[in-house]
Design a binder for this molecule. Structure first.
Ligand code: GTP
Length: 596
């Protein structure tokens, strides 16, 4: 066991985590150069294209230290983004130490700090790495200062590297062995293994990634999942060495995979503890938190005959994504679809993109919403995320919405506008901490619902891309929320309804009305587009009719005939208004809903 190191890499997005991981793998001879391709651990196309790590992957490396000793290094990959923080937690729980990667030209960012706090929660030993020292803009001394003042870590322990050119990689490997601790645990104790990741394989079913804390696990053992209370038989287990390499056992301190006839990741919970059915541990590993969906949205196929395809696609995605929830939903305007739950906005984005790209389904996605907690006048409670199920406001006694603690790191110059942005988004408190040279940390408590709209984009704009943002959910707080309906020609269009704080209702309604007025083609009659709370109109736009000049053909002649014709046309219009239905093109929904 003293020759094992279990560690993960944490970093702000784009600071080079995946590139560094690839380098470490390559240096340990994990693959031949010919087999080596750029982003080894990021296996999904979208990940590669957008350069973000979504599902974690793990790999066991053979490393011979300068003193000739052989080590097994288990590199536990972590997703970088806040939306996946429960996955980050899992990876941290499976590790004994972590590399903290900081970009030498960008310095410490909000995610670096947020992830550091998490790592400290799990008592990990930390080794800072300063990456991208090959860049002309690299400023290693400044970053060392930030590592000291912003992260509170020893600046002299930081290892300067270039994951791109390979400079310093050997120092990182030596540093891991020297500064990060070996695992502990008793191979004879009752089994406790943490399931920290799982993915679906077409041929083998679900492949579980585990870290054995105590005890020993062998093929043919019957394993028991302590939280989900299910049993499976182990078919095979072993090390992840870019391919699966079977072994005779996994014991305390080791990291590896298990194949055990699990059909879908929905059947298990990541973070669960595995023990042996015939010799169970008494307590699961502490710190278990199931994935929580906090953002909800309805997803409809652009054309109704794609509904079956959408169903199949979601089933397929869910096999591999335990955090995605979906249930049938329908809209008078858009037909059948699904109400989906996501971990956050990025998760929604990723799923939407995969549906469109991998499954080639055109989609209309309703405005994302948080989940509100309602206390009704009869004393009962209700949770609602879907505007369609919003109860009669007369029956609601009080409502609460989820709040977050947001951390924004920014150059000092932008603090004023950022404070204003936060206040515009109903921030309830803002505190500032001055960090190293000209950098400020703004901590703000604000509603999660407020960052779903137009927050991140504005932040990036205000700070010219220098501001970074991260958040953790904190609690539910009382709020004044209303349901806004959008009416086209007096008919409510259900798919466009949304739940929002009363203060924000009008601005958004106006925005929707104006967008719709642009996206719906003119008809022969005037179309009012309105935003309304209950019966009260709060915003309005109008689509003017075509004016067919019916009198153009009448040259001079009888005035009464001309008037008659105009009269007839007016009636015709009234009839249309009354009975005529407005033709709203699907793309109008897309343009309105995407405008957020
Ligand atoms: P996520 O997967 O989103 O968490 O990002 P990441 O932290 O894994 O970053 P990734 O490894 O994808 O690198 C981000 C970008 O930085 C890529 O374009 C890399 O090629 C580049 N990069 C990584 N390391 C270096 C380096 O040492 N020098 C230079 N010049 N570029 C680097």
């Amino acid at each position: 066991m003293k020759h094992i190191r279990n560690f993960c890499i944490i970093a702000h997005i784009d600071h080079g985590k995946s590139t560094l991981a690839d380098r470490l793998i390559q240096s340990c001879g994990g693959v031949s150069l010919r087999e080596f391709h750029d982003q080894m651990l990021d296996s999904m196309d979208i990940e590669r294209e957008r350069g973000i790590t979504i599902k974690s992957n793990t790999v066991t490396l053979d490393y011979r230290a300068p003193d000739g000793q052989d080590y097994l290094l288990n590199l536990i990959d972590t997703p970088g983004h806040v939306d996946f923080s429960h996955e980050v937690r899992r990876s941290l729980m499976a590790s004994d130490g972590a590399l903290i990667v900081v970009d030498a030209s960008q310095g410490v960012e909000a995610q670096t700090v947020a992830n550091l706090y998490l790592a400290m929660e799990y008592d990990l030993d930390l080794l800072p790495v300063i990456n991208k020292i090959d860049l002309p803009a690299a400023d290693v001394d400044r970053v060392r200062e930030e590592i000291d003042s912003d992260l509170g870590l020893d600046p002299f322990a930081a290892i300067p590297v270039s994951a791109k050119t390979g400079v310093g990689i050997d120092d990182v490997l030596a540093g891991i062995v020297e500064h990060l601790p070996a695992p502990t645990g008793d191979p004879e104790a009752p089994l406790k293994a943490l399931v920290f990741d799982a993915h679906f394989d077409k041929y083998r079913g679900v492949i579980l990634q585990v870290r054995v804390m105590e005890g020993t696990l062998k093929p043919r053992d019957i394993i028991h999942f302590m939280h989900t209370d299910r049993d499976f038989k182990v078919d095979e287990l072993g090390y992840n060495q870019l391919k699966l390499v079977p072994r005779k056992q996994l014991s305390a301190g080791e990291v590896g995979y298990i194949v055990a006839g699990v059909k879908s990741v929905q059947d298990i919970e990541i973070g669960d503890t595995i023990t042996l059915a015939n010799r169970p541990a008494t307590e699961p590993i502490p710190g278990y938190q199931p994935a929580r969906q906090v953002v909800f949205s309805s997803v409809y196929p652009m054309s109704t005959d794609e509904y079956q395809d959408l169903t199949k696609a979601l089933d397929k995605l869910a096999i591999n994504d335990a955090a995605l929830t979906y249930e049938k939903d329908s809209s008078a305007a858009l037909g059948f679809g699904f109400r989906c739950g996501f971990l956050g906005l990025l998760h929604l984005d990723v799923i939407q993109e995969r549906l469109q790209r991998e499954f080639d389904i055109g989609l209309v996605i309703s405005a994302p919403s948080v989940k509100y907690q309602l206390t009704m006048t009869d004393g009962s409670t209700l949770e609602v995320d879907n505007p369609s199920y919003w109860p009669d406001p007369m029956k609601i006694q009080s409502a609460a919405e989820p709040y977050i603690k947001a951390t924004i790191l920014t150059p000092e110059a932008y603090v004023g506008p950022i404070m204003e942005l936060c206040r515009d988004h109903r921030s309830e408190s803002q505190t500032m901490n001055y960090l190293s040279a000209g950098r400020v940390e703004v901590v703000s408590e604000m509603p999660l619902g407020e960052v779903l709209f137009d927050f991140y984009g504005k932040l990036k704009m205000i700070t010219r891309g220098y501001g970074s943002f991260d958040y953790v959910p904190i609690e539910y707080r009382t709020t004044d929320v209303v349901k806004v309906e959008i009416l086209v020609n007096k008919e409510p269009i259900d798919a466009l309804s949304y739940l929002v704080h009363r203060e924000k209702a009008r601005t958004r309604a106006l925005h929707y009305c104006e967008q719709l007025a642009e996206a719906i083609p003119r008809h022969q009659f005037k179309i009012p587009i309105q935003g309304a709370i209950g019966g009260t109109i709060i915003a309005r736009a109008t689509i003017q009719p075509y004016r067919k000049d019916v009198t153009a053909k009448l040259y001079g002649g009888d005035v009464t005939r001309k008037n008659k014709l105009l009269e007839k046309q007016k009636k015709g219009k009234a009839k249309m208004k009354q009975f005529g239905s407005v033709n709203i093109p699907q793309k109008a929904f897309v343009s309105v809903l995407q405008a957020d």
